[in-house]
Design a binder for this molecule. Structure first.
Ligand SMILES: [Zn+2]
Length: 343
């Protein structure tokens, strides 16, 4: 039975042969396929219409129907730039088979708000998290070096602090504690772009690379430098891959993850559908190294908190030990971990 991610691969291949409007429609449908709540094949079996699915008009529906009726062979040799991405329907099937796993999740540790390039306010993100039953979330707006994503400086960070503190104090969203964080923009030497004293005020610091992501040379040193940066606790979307756009960086991953384990730092599963970074294959190496893992949706809209299922399923498929996942920690333990890294 064809999965939605296999259908996405077929749509992407078809897009490579097409041009103009058709190509854009095929590419858009391929990306949508990762978010369809149901397996398209199951929908058809139930007598549903493929056009019910997001991003599917009559043209795409007839393409999909042909593949469903007569599944093409040789779907194994997926190019690296599109390899090892889970779709949401698949991820939910994986999680439904082990309900305990999802119950362990206490929060989401990467999301953006209107302070940088997100669409929602901090309060709206917190309300969405409360609906999901979370205990905490980390607000990780971009920092000033990434001006293209509206990165914020130390002054804005202080203003955001006032907003978050008021929110936590007023307890407008019972149960959910909003943690002050940032997606620190790292240069290729693993250094951040913010005042050290400002970062020391945050509850937790995520840092990511957003530049020189297409180099083909080994980038092990860049990762070791980032992990050794005392300002940083989590390395966000480590490879920097994006579905059908950028394959991401290369490194001696066992060495990188061994260093993370030695320093007790976390590497992220960015659960954004286009990213899924780290992916299952690399997460198996993380498991062997024993490093900590952080789950974040990288949500830019409140509804995108549902992307967490992709990260949860990837961790489960890679058999990451639950005690290695920092989002499974109660809040006091999460804070203790950060304090221990700062000492
Ligand atoms: Zn980022």
């Amino acid at each position: 039975m064809l999965t939605n991610s296999q259908l996405a691969e077929l749509l992407s291949r078809e897009a490579d042969q097409a041009e103009g409007v058709r190509q854009r429609a095929l590419r858009r449908a391929a990306r949508s396929a990762f978010l369809w709540p149901d397996a398209a094949v199951a929908l058809v079996q139930r007598g549903g219409a493929l056009t019910e699915l997001h991003g599917v008009g009559p043209f795409i529906a007839s393409q999909l129907q042909r593949w469903i009726d007569d599944p093409p062979a040789a779907l194994d040799d997926v190019p690296l730039i599109r390899r090892d991405f889970l779709d949401l329907a698949q991820a939910r099937a994986v999680l439904d088979a082990q309900p305990r796993w999802r119950e362990r999740l206490r929060g989401d540790l990467q999301m953006h708000t209107q302070w940088s390039d997100g669409s929602a306010t901090v309060a709206e993100m917190a309300a969405a998290a409360a609906e999901r039953g979370y205990e905490y979330i980390a607000i990780t707006d971009h920092t000033k070096g990434l001006s293209i994503a509206g990165g914020i400086d130390e002054t804005q960070m202080a203003q955001q602090e006032a907003e978050i503190e008021a929110l936590n104090r007023e307890a407008l969203t019972p149960r959910v504690t909003v943690l002050r964080s940032a997606e620190l923009n790292l240069n290729t030497r693993g250094e951040g772009d913010m005042d050290r004293r400002c970062l020391a005020q945050l509850d937790i610091v995520l840092g990511s690379f957003h530049s020189a992501l297409r180099t083909k040379e080994d980038q092990t040193e860049r990762y070791l430098a980032a992990l050794r940066n005392p300002e940083l606790h989590i390395v966000g979307h480590p490879r920097g891959r994006v579905y059908n756009y950028r394959a991401g960086l290369m490194a001696d991953w066992p060495r990188v993850f061994a260093e993370a384990a030695k320093l007790d730092k976390a590497v992220e599963i960015d659960s954004y559908p286009d990213r899924q970074d780290l992916n299952v294959e690399l997460l198996k190496l993380v498991r062997c190294a024993g490093a900590r893992v952080s789950l974040g949706t990288d949500a830019h809209h409140a509804w995108q908190l549902e992307f967490i299922d992709l990260g949860l399923a990837a961790a489960l498929k890679a058999k990451i030990e639950p005690d290695r996942i920092i989002n499974f920690l109660p809040l006091p333990d999460l804070k203790r971990w950060v304090s221990s890294l700062r000492r």
